[in-house]
Design a protein around this ligand. Sequence first.
Ligand code: ACO
Length: 427
Amino acid sequence: MDEFVTFTYNGKEIKLPVIIGTEGEKAIDISTLRRDTGFITLDPGYANTGSCLSAITYMDGEKGILRYRGIPVEQLAEHATFKETAYLLINGKLPTREQLTRFSVMLNDNSLVHEDLKTFYQNFPRASHPMGILSSMVNALRSFYPELDTFEEEINLTMTRLLAKVRTMAAMSYKISRGHTVVYPRPDLAYCENFLNMMFDTPVKPYELNPAAVKALRVFWILHADHEQNCSTSAVRVVGSARANLYAAISSGISALWGPLHGGANQAVIEMLNDIKANGGDYKKAIAKAKDKTDPFRLMGFGHRVYKTYDPRAKIMKKMCDELLETLQISDPLLDIAKELEEAARKDQYFIDYNLYPNIDFYSGIVLRAIGIPTNMFTVMFAIGRLPGWIAQWKESMDDPNWKICRPRQIYTGHTQEDFIPIQART
Ligand code: ACO
C-alpha cells in the first residue's frame, strides 16, 4: 500500500509520497515540494538527504551492517577475490568462472599505461603528495584515450582501463618518487600479487610474495570497495551528472578522498599515533585534546557519519592486523598504542555519548605499514580499493531514468539589493 506524509501549510494540505527501500528504510519524496509550497529543505552536509535510489550497497549504521549487492562484507572478505568483488559491484552479480576469466583477460590486456605518462610523473616536484598526482594522472588519461565511437564500447573500455591502469599508475608513482626503475605488470600474477610485485620488485632484489601480505591486501581492498553515498562517491556522481567523462569523475572522487575527514584519515591516524609515540606514549593527551571543544583536533580514525556502533570493516581490519603482524613476526609499537587508545576512548563518557567508535581507518594503516606501504601512499591504497565502487555508482547513475544534473539550492543570506558605488565615492 502506498504511504504518504501529509502536512498543512497556509491552510493547504500537502501530501508527499513515502519511498520504502528493500530493507525498510524510509524517505519522504520532496521532489514536488518547492513547486507546491515554495519551500526547499535545508540539510547541511546532507546528513538527512537521500541523493538517489541505489541497489549496490546496504549499510545499517545502528546495527553495523555492510553488504555489497546483498552479500555481507564479512563473507566477501573471507571468500572472494578483489577482482570478483569489483565484478560483483559493477555488474550486480558474482561472475561465473567464464565471466571471471574474460574479466581477468581484459584487465591484463589493459594493465599497461602509455609510456609518455612516465614523463608527467617525472615533472611533479619530489615532495608532491601521491593523491594529488593520482588525481591529475587519472584526469590526464582522457587525453591519452580519447572518446570512442560507440557509447557501449566507450563505457566498457573506460571502466576496464581504470581498474587495470590505476593500480599500475599507483605503483609507478611510488617507483618514480624513489628514483627506481618502473616494474611492469605481469600476466602470470593475480591482481593483488601484481600490485605488490610492481611496488617492491627491483632488478637487484626480486620481490618474494608472501601469502599473508597478499591476503591482507585482498581483504583491505575488499573492505574499501564501496560504501554507498560517501563524500568521494557523491563527488563522482555529482561530476558525472554534468555528463563529464568517467576519468574526470573518478579524478574528482580521488580529490575528495584525499581529505583527512575522509580517506586521508588512514594517513592521519598513523601520524597521530607517531606523535603519541614521540610523546612517550601518552595517549591520554590526545583524548583530552579531542574532547576540548576549543581545539579543532579530532581523534583520527574515530567516528562516522553513518555508523553509530563499531564499523564492521574496522572489526575485520583489527583482527587481520593482529593475524598479519603475528604471521610476519612484526612488533609494531603503534599497534599497542592504538589498542590502548581505543580501550581508553571507548570507556570515556564523551566517546560513549557521541557514539564514537573506531572506523576502518583506525587499524588499516598498521596493516599497510606491515606490508611495506609508505605512509603517504595509504590513501592511494584506499583509492584503488574504492575504484570499483565509484565505477558501479557512476554506472548506476547513468542507467537511472531520472538521472539529472546535481544542482542543490541555497537560502541566500547576503545583502539585499544595493546600488553600485563609483570608486571615488567609496569609503
Ligand atoms: N573526535 C572527537 N570528537 C568527534 C570526533 C572525533 N573523531 N568525531 C566526531 N566528533 C564530535 C564532533 O566534535 C561533534 O561534536 P559537537 O556536536 O559537540 O560539535 C559530534 O561528534 C558530531 O560530529 P560531526 O563532525 O558533526 O559528525 P559528522 O557525521 O559530520 O562527521 C566524521 C563524521 C567526519 C567521520 C567525524 O567523526 C570525524 O571527523 N572523524 C575523524 C576523522 C576520521 O576518522 N575520518 C574517517 C571517516 S571514515 C571514512 O571516511 C573512510
